[in-house]
Design a binder for this molecule. Structure first.
Ligand SMILES: Nc1ncnc2c1ncn2[C@@H]1O[C@H](COP(=O)(O)OP(=O)(O)OP(=O)(O)O)[C@@H](O)[C@H]1O
Ligand SMILES: [Mg+2]
Length: 251
């Protein structure tokens, strides 16, 4: 190995030993504290309730590469084909910054020389069953149609010591993603991040506050789990229209 090759190998080893440094290398920037917490988590179930455009998919893409480095199999689910392609692109892009060699890549699957596989599927797919996974990633979970059916199909594929990571911006209270935050399940590591908690998103949050309805802003930026997702009227309007002094009229 030439001296240059040795230096590259050492840098790659250093990053493997420090997952946050590795994510910084992939991002070409500094991971936010919540991203570092997610990357370092060893919890069997990790649930990320995080604002739009905060870097959820970047976290999943980094975890995917780390599993490839261990030679494991990751199954990633996204609500739609387009998001599947995006996530595979992110993982492929990150892989170029490692010493792993890609042996096969399609729009849904990557295989590398460690024996690791990263398979991304749209949640609507009838072909979800039949895999065994070390890591399950579910992106935009609150937007997966028939979520109960889909999660019931994927959970048995996870190895006994496997991990599952759910990430989403919330979309109401009546879905399995919301349950991760309302059920007192002790083994879930929950991370909740509002857009207003992230300094680099300050200008964007201010713009969204002007452009979005109050309800949408509360959901997309403040990550509130509103009663039935997005109602036709803003919750504020409904709340202000209710006069607590007037009793219900029963006909
Ligand atoms: N810590 C960070 N520092 C700088 N840029 C970041 C950081 N994390 C993510 N980004 C960038 O922010 C953009 C959005 O990231 P990403 O797609 O992962 O967000 P997301 O939360 O999945 O968004 P969406 O809600 O639209 O799915 C990308 O360009 C990504 O590279
Ligand atoms: Mg995303």
């Amino acid at each position: 190995m030439s001296f240059d090759g040795f230096t590259t190998w050492l840098s790659d080893l250093e990053r493997r030993l420090d997952p946050v440094a590795q994510m910084a290398h992939f991002l070409d920037g500094t991971p936010d504290p919540w991203q570092a917490e997610a990357i370092m988590s060893n919890a069997p179930t990790l649930a990320l309730r995080v604002c739009r455009q905060a870097g959820k998919s970047e976290v999943l893409g980094t975890l995917g590469v780390q599993e490839l480095q261990r030679g494991g199999t990751t199954i990633a689910l996204c609500p739609a084909e387009r998001q599947v392609r995006e996530l595979v692109r992110k993982v492929s892009f990150n892989l170029r910054k490692t010493d792993l060699i890609v042996e096969r890549v399609t729009q849904q699957e990557i295989e590398v020389n460690s024996g690791g596989r990263f398979i991304a599927l749209p949640a609507s797919s009838a072909t979800i069953r039949g895999y065994t996974a070390d890591l399950l990633l579910v992106d935009e979970m609150a937007y997966i149609p028939n979520d109960e059916e889909v999660i019931t199909a994927i959970l048995p594929m996870l190895k006994d010591n496997g991990r599952i990571v759910y990430a989403s911006t919330p979309a109401g209270k009546n879905n399995m993603f919301a349950e991760l935050f309302t059920d007192p399940r002790p083994k879930v590591h929950r991370i909740i991040v509002k857009g207003t908690d992230i300094p680099r998103l300050a200008a964007r949050c201010a713009r969204l506050k002007e452009q979005l309805s109050a309800t949408r802003y509360r959901q997309e930026v403040l990550v509130e789990m509103l009663s039935d997702g997005l109602s036709y009227f803003d919750l504020d309007v409904i709340e202000n229209a209710i006069n607590p002094d007037v009793e219900a009229m029963i006909l």
